[in-house]
Design a protein around this ligand. Sequence first.
Ligand SMILES: Nc1ncnc2c1ncn2[C@@H]1O[C@H](COP(=O)(O)OP(=O)(O)OP(=O)(O)O)[C@@H](O)[C@H]1O
Length: 314
Amino acid sequence: MTDSVSHGPARSLIDMRGVGVFRSGRWLVRGVDLSIRRGEIVTLIGPNGSGKTTTAKTAVGILKPDAGHVDRARDLVVGYVPQRLSVDRSLPMSVARMMTLTTRVGNGAIEAALDKVGIAHLAKAQVHDLSGGEFQRALLARAMLRRPSLLVLDEPVQGVDFSGEIALYELISELRDSEGCAVLLISHDLHVVMAKTDRVICLNGHVCCAGSPSSVAASPAYRQLFGDRAAEALAVYRHRHDHTHLPGGEISYSGDDGQDHDHDHDDRHGHDHGHGHEDGHACGHHPAHRRSGDIRQPGDEDEAAARAVEHNHA
Ligand SMILES: Nc1ncnc2c1ncn2[C@@H]1O[C@H](COP(=O)(O)OP(=O)(O)OP(=O)(O)O)[C@@H](O)[C@H]1O
C-alpha cells in the first residue's frame, strides 16, 4: 500500500485505488476507488457507520491506508470542515477570533472570508449566539482562509433546517465557482443530493455505486442499500422560477415558462420574488411541498419524478 504525492502535473487532486482501512480487528472500508478532479463536486453518501469519514480522512492523508494506494497532487491544499469540532461553542469567543484558531491571518482576510460566506456582519458576534446555519458558514469561511484546492465538508448541514440546507448547498457551489476549488461533501441525508454534485459515491464499507446523481438514484445497488422509498425520494435539485410566495404564505403560480433563471442567492428564501422548482420541488422547501401548499408523503405519485431533478442555475 502507498500514500504518496504525485510529482507530475496531475489531473486529479486525489486518486484512491483499492483503499482499505483496518482498525480494531476489522476493515472499516475496503476496496475503495475514488478520484477527485480539480474543480468538481463529489458527494459521498451512505448510512451511519458506512465509512464516509474514514474514506475522506484517508483521501486527504489524515489516516493512512492499510491497503491500496492514495496519490495526491503536489499542489493539493485541503480546507477541512470536520463533522465534530474541537471548538467548544459554549465558550465566550467572537467569530473573528474563532477564525484565527487554526490559521494566522489579518483582519482584512477574515473580513473578506466572512463576506464570501455572507456573514461579514457577524464578525464580532459570539460563536454561541450563532444559528446552526451561521455557524456552518463561519466554519466554511475558516476553511476558505487556506485558499484550498479541495474543500472537504463532513456533514455540513447538520443542525441546519431544510431551507438553510439548500442555501448552504448553493453557497458551497458558488464558492466552488468563485474560488475554483474542488469539493468533497459527506452526507447521510439521502433525500437531497447537493444541487451541483458532479458525482455521487455511495458507500457501505465499499463503493456500492457511483455516478451522476440520477444514475445513482436509479441504480439497483442504491435501492438495495437504502430501499425503494429512499430512491424514490432522492431529490436532486432543479431550481426554477415558476411561482411567487405571497406575503400571507400562499404560493402563486405564474405558469412554467420552461426557463431556468438565476436569482439573488442571499434572498433565495425571501417571499418577494418568484422562484420555483421542477415537479413541484421548491428551493427552500422539502420535496414533499406541493403546489396546493399541502405536504406530500414519500411514495406519492410525483415523488418518483423528483429523483431525476437536477439543480440548474443556467
Ligand atoms: N479508529 C477507529 N477504530 C475502530 N473503529 C473505528 C475507528 N474509526 C471509525 N471506526 C468505526 O468505523 C465505522 C465507520 O466510521 P465512519 O466515521 O467512517 O462512518 P461514517 O459513514 O462517516 O458514519 P456517520 O454517518 O455516522 O458519521 C464505524 O463503525 C466507526 O465506529
